[in-house]
Ligand binder design. Structure first.
Ligand SMILES: Cc1ncc(C[n+]2csc(CCOP(=O)(O)OP(=O)(O)O)c2C)c(N)n1
Ligand SMILES: [Mg+2]
Length: 433
């Protein structure tokens, strides 16, 4: 049981957060606007007093209590007895690099959303508001580590060196994700919710069996991260991944970005207690972090990754954040959440937090800001030009890359499809693409 009263950490776990309750979005005097009456009832802790029944965890899934925080919403650096050590080596250059990553990730979101509205992309899912959780955790990775993302991890993709136009090829429908997962240690986006928690855990078990864990060689020991959302934790696949990760002590970090929404379903309709509180029931230590705090996200992930690489097994990280935008460009959040709630979290913007911190340190000179603005503008121009030049794939290209080596079944399907396509009149007349 942690000092916060939440049973997040098992004996083998990194010590649970021991600082006073950190509030991601400001003071307790500014309560987060609630979702609906039913949600409030579900999150009520007043249950379970029968003999043999474990008491309910205080607070619902949106509880601020026990969140690791190193930067307050106003950008002030606060000390944490366990996690300070993980950021002590970071220089102002490092912090500016994180700031740059976050600004470019946001520019990517803005440009991609505009391109979708112009009909250039079929769909887009923004990372808006989650830049700190993604850039902080992504920067804690080593080159040899492997990431299994879902579909809005653009900040992690950027940090892993994936050219973000590759991500837009997927959202344009030109391919299924064209980057090299091995070269970047960043696997393809997964739209089947939660499934890749199993892929990541299985991959981590493979890493373990290849002897790439616990050797003491910093350039060899490898960890794996699965990024998934709060909604994904309602899927059986994630529970199954937790079982396999725990019993195999797999070198995997299960990184849940709790952005408080699964499309229109609030976290309060999917959990009655903090999501991280589930993991110890599987035998996996867990930590909750303020996901709008890039430093804390970095520190907590670095600790979990080190633990995995050492051979000490999995960690569940819940990065508590907020999806500031729509679920995707097909969604209209004004149908199901209040503008007051959006405004509450807009005032806790993760990029503003780091900028305020850097400004207070005198570490954000105008030359840097101007240079970054020019870089972001050029990046936006590059994205627009690249997307418009992507062209159309041939329909038969869907048969490529299904297997690494030729496969008789796929070849038979391809032959049938080509015959079918060529049977159309316009194809016979030569106008069919
Ligand atoms: C197995 C499966 N079920 C349902 C869906 C439809 N779906 C797409 S996104 C989504 C919500 C996911 O929410 P969350 O895991 O919190 O991730 P977020 O989108 O908030 O990042 C759902 C239900 C899906 N893609 N896959
Ligand atoms: Mg979510």
């Amino acid at each position: 049981m942690s000092s916060s009263g939440l049973p997040y950490a098992s004996a083998a776990a990194p010590a649970a957060p021991s600082s006073p309750a950190a509030i991601p979005g400001g003071s307790a005097a500014a309560p987060v606007p609630t979702t609906d009456g039913r949600a409030a009832a579900l999150s009520s802790p007043a249950r379970a007093s029968a003999p043999g029944v474990l008491p309910a965890v205080e607070g619902g899934p949106l509880a601020d209590e026990g969140l690791v925080q190193l930067l307050t919403p106003s950008g002030e650096r606060v000390s944490h007895p366990e996690y300070d050590a993980y950021v002590a080596h970071l220089t102002d250059d490092d912090l500016r690099a994180m700031y740059r990553d976050m600004v470019l990730t946001r520019r990517f979101d803005t440009e991609a959303t505009a391109l979708q509205r112009q009909g250039e992309l079929a769909l887009f899912a923004q990372a808006l508001g989650q830049e700190a959780a993604q850039v902080g955790s992504g920067r804690a990775l080593k080159p040899q580590d492997h990431v299994f993302p879902s579909y809005r991890e653009h900040g992690v993709a950027h940090v892993r060196g994936v050219e973000l136009t590759q991500v837009l090829r997927l959202f344009r429908g030109v391919d299924h994700g064209g980057w090299d997962p091995v070269a970047h240690g960043f696997h393809l986006y997964t739209l089947v919710i939660g499934s890749h928690a199993l892929h990541a855990t299985g991959y981590a078990m493979g890493v373990q069996r290849d002897g790439l864990v616990g050797t003491g060689d910093d350039e060899r020991d490898t960890a794996v991260v699965a990024y998934f959302g709060d909604g994904a934790t309602s899927q059986g696949d994630v529970s199954e991944a937790l079982v396999f990760a725990a019993v195999n002590q797999a070198p995997v970090v299960l990184f849940c970005q709790n952005n408080q929404w699964a499309i229109s379903e609030p976290t309060t309709r999917q959990a009655a207690a903090p999501i991280a509180a589930r993991a110890p029931g599987f035998g996996i230590p867990a930590v909750r972090v303020d996901g709008n705090d890039v430093l804390a996200s970095y520190a907590v992930t670095a600790a979990a990754l080190e633990r995995a690489r050492r051979g000490d097994g999995p960690t569940f990280v819940e990065a508590f954040t907020y999806r500031m935008g729509a679920h995707t460009t097909s969604d209209d959040p004004s149908r199901y959440r209040s503008s007051e709630q959006e405004e509450h979290w807009r005032r806790r913007d993760p990029i503003d937090r780091l900028r305020t911190h850097l400004e207070a340190r005198g570490a954000l000179p105008a030359t840097f800001v101007d240079g970054l603005q020019a870089e972001a503008d050029a990046f936006g121009e590059h994205l627009r030009t690249a997307v418009r030049a992507m062209g159309h794939p041939s329909a038969a290209s869907m048969f490529e890359h299904v297997y690494a080596t030729p496969h008789a079944g796929v070849e038979a399907d391809r032959t049938w499809f080509e015959t079918y396509e060529s049977s159309f009149l316009d194809a016979r007349e030569g106008s069919h693409r």
